[in-house]
Ligand binder design. Structure first.
Ligand code: DC
Length: 217
C-alpha cells in the first residue's frame, strides 16, 4: 500500500475541491469514496431495485453493470458503459447514496475496492466520511473539513443551480443520517487536523493542509 492522506467531512465542506487540488500539488492519485455509494444508489434506481432490499444491494455491489474508475481530476462512474458522473452529482442521488450507505453489508462489500485505490506506486488522497477512521485507519495524515451549514448549502446550491433553503434542509438531513448511522458513521478521526473552510478560499485551505501533511510524509 502506498502513502495515503484522508480528507473527511460533511456534505459540501469542500472535500472534493481540496482533495483534487492537494493530489495535483503532490502528484498523487485522488479518489472520492462517495462515488461508490452514489454509483451503487444510481444503479439500483435505474434497475428498479428497492433501496431497502439489502440483499439485492449487496449483490449489486459486485455487478459489472456499474463501475468506478479513478482518474486524474475526477472519480468517474459508469453505468451500462455510459459515463454517469455528472448525473450522480445531484443532491437526490446524494441522499439515496446516504441511505444505501448505512447498511453494513453494503459498506463491507465496497471496502476492498476503496482500499485497492491505494495499490499503485503513487500516493493517494482519499475523500469521504470514514476514510480516516475505517477505510485507511493507518493513513500518514488525516484531515477533517467542516464549514457552517448555510455556507455549505449556498456553495452546493450555486454549483447545482438550486434553491439554498431546500439545500440546507437536504444537507442537514443527509449529515444527520451519515453521522448517526451505526456502522462507520461520519466522525473526526482522533489524530486529524480540523479545518473550518467557512471563511477560507480553496488555496488557503489547501495551503493549510499542505503545511500539515508536509511534516507527515
Ligand atoms: O461525499 P458524497 O457527498 O459524494 O457522499 C455521498 C454519500 O455517500 C454520503 O452522504 C454518505 C455516503 N458516504 C459514506 O457513507 N462513506 C464515505 N466514505 C463516503 C460517502
Amino acid at each position: 500500500m502506498g502513502m495515503v492522506i484522508t480528507i473527511d467531512g460533511p456534505a459540501a465542506s469542500g472535500k472534493s475541491s481540496v482533495s483534487r487540488e492537494l493530489a495535483r500539488r503532490l502528484g498523487w492519485n485522488w479518489v472520492s469514496t462517495g462515488a461508490f455509494y452514489r454509483g451503487l444508489a444510481f444503479a439500483a434506481i435505474q434497475l428498479g431495485i428497492d433501496l431497502d432490499d439489502v440483499k439485492a444491494l449487496a449483490e449489486l455491489t459486485h455487478n459489472p453493470v456499474w463501475k468506478v474508475s479513478m482518474q486524474d481530476a475526477r472519480t468517474t462512474v459508469y453505468f451500462q458503459n455510459q459515463d454517469v458522473t455528472d448525473l450522480i452529482a445531484h443532491e437526490d442521488v446524494g441522499n439515496f447514496a446516504s441511505k444505501v450507505s448505512h447498511y453494513p453489508e453494503v459498506r463491507k462489500a465496497l471496502l476492498d475496492a476503496q482500499r485497492n485505490c491505494s495499490n499503485g506506486p503513487q500516493g493517494l488522497v482519499a475523500e469521504g466520511r470514514d476514510c480516516g477512521t475505517v477505510v485507511f485507519p493507518k493513513a500518514e495524515a488525516k484531515v477533517y473539513l467542516t464549514a457552517n451549514s448555510e455556507h455549505r448549502a449556498a456553495r452546493r446550491a450555486a454549483e447545482l443551480g438550486l434553491d439554498q433553503g431546500d439545500m440546507v434542509k437536504a444537507q442537514q438531513q443527509r449529515d444527520l443520517q451519515d453521522s448517526t448511522r451505526k456502522v462507520a458513521p461520519m466522525a473526526v478521526p482522533d489524530d486529524a487536523l480540523i479545518v473550518d473552510t467557512t471563511e477560507l478560499n480553496l488555496d488557503q485551505v489547501v495551503d493549510k493542509v499542505v503545511d500539515y501533511v508536509k511534516g507527515k510524509i
